[in-house]
Write a protein that binds this ligand. Structure first.
Ligand code: FAD
Length: 311
């Protein structure tokens, strides 16, 4: 079996070549399926200096990790990984799939695996974007260890903010919740006080510090709170309408997790025959590279079994 790049017809097309997509492709390749992976090269953690909490790769640079994944896939003769963007995807009347690629024309497949990742929307505050993935982070499990015992703050409101700030106390005994003008309830304030977390409800003006380091949160009134690292609540949104266009559905927005994901079963099946999804785009758990690798593996296996059944 060889790559099927002359007719543009594959056993499976994987949309997105991050941890989930490459994991799905590897599983399909090892089952001797022809696979096209199309990747726009925008993995969400590329801005971070290292991937944390991934056993065997703890601290490895994301770019290095993705290059290693591509090198491993290159050893399999039935996989083709192409840089590019799928602009449209269609499920044809005969149940096959068609992907429209900006750079490589139409490609067809019997199955499709959606692994496009998510857009991480973060609060708008001057000085925040340039520190994202470093001194401003969204996941304590990914970045908490690196800022342990420092002066930490959490930028979020309501129950989400209280939960995030109390969780951050694991890493430091100097934690302040910043609500940026929103007020907490009495019981929420009591909860924070009992947990040893500071609270400041004043509106914020900006984040400041040298380069991408953080030294202070500046309030509208001009006063400052010294801060070395800031946890912000980010909300994950689909990067495109591909899943909906193909007939998949989205879960309702989960406020605490902050994710509106593609609905899948434990193996990544969307309910549309032949269509699978994995990684951040279909997650129902806190997003991570480890979870993306695992769910991609399962979706690849499920797509292969679907093909074996003769669909
Ligand atoms: C700043 C930051 C730091 C993080 N740090 C960590 C950490 O330390 N440890 C950890 O475990 N997790 C971390 N995470 C979470 C982790 O990065 C994600 O959970 C994981 O990368 C999800 O993998 P994925 O394959 O689902 O998506 P992604 O890695 O986002 O990959 C999706 C790929 O699909 C491509 N794509 C999208 N749409 C299309 C299309 N239409 N056509 C072609 N290609 C497309 C994208 O460009 C991208 O290359 C971090 C996240 C962020 C934002």
């Amino acid at each position: 079996m060889e790559r099927n790049d002359t007719t543009g017809s594959w056993d499976s097309i994987v949309i997105g070549g991050g941890a989930a997509g490459m994991s799905a492709a590897l599983t399909l390749a090892r089952a001797r399926r022809t696979v096209l992976v199309v990747d726009a090269g925008g993995q969400s953690n590329l801005v971070a200096s290292g991937i944390r909490g991934l056993i065997g790769h703890d601290g490895r640079s994301p770019a290095d990790f993705y290059a290693a994944g591509r090198a491993e896939l290159a050893a399999y003769p039935t996989v083709d990984v192409r840089d590019g963007t799928v602009t449209r995807a269609v499920r044809e009347e005969d149940g096959t799939f068609r992907a429209v690629l900006e750079e490589h024309g139409d490609q067809r497949a019997k199955t499709m695996v959606l692994t496009p990742g998510m857009e991480y929307r973060r609060p708008q505050l001057p000085g925040l974007d340039e520190r994202w993935g470093g001194s401003v982070f969204h996941c304590p499990f990914c970045h908490g260890w690196e800022v342990r015992d420092r002066r930490l703050a959490v930028l979020a409101e309501g129950a989400v903010g209280v939960h995030g700030a109390l969780n951050l106390r694991t890493y430091s005994d100097r934690v302040t919740l910043l609500t940026n003008g929103a007020e907490l309830t009495g019981p929420q304030r009591d909860q924070l006080a009992a947990g040893g977390v500071g609270l400041d409800e004043r509106p914020l003006r900006a984040l400041e510090g040298p380069g991408t380091d953080l030294r202070a949160a500046v309030f509208e009134d001009g006063t400052e709170l010294p801060v070395d690292a800031l946890l912000v609540k980010s909300y994950l949104h689909q990067r495109s309408s591909l899943a909906l266009d193909l007939g998949a559905t989205l879960t309702g927005s989960n406020e605490m997790l902050g994710v509106e994901a593609i609905t899948v079963d434990a193996m990544g099946a969307t309910g549309v025959p032949g269509l699978y999804a994995a990684g951040d785009a279909a997650t129902s758990v806190p997003p991570s590279v480890a979870a993306a690798v695992a769910s991609g593996y399962l979706a690849g296996a499920a797509a292969s079994v679907h093909l074996a059944a003769g669909y």
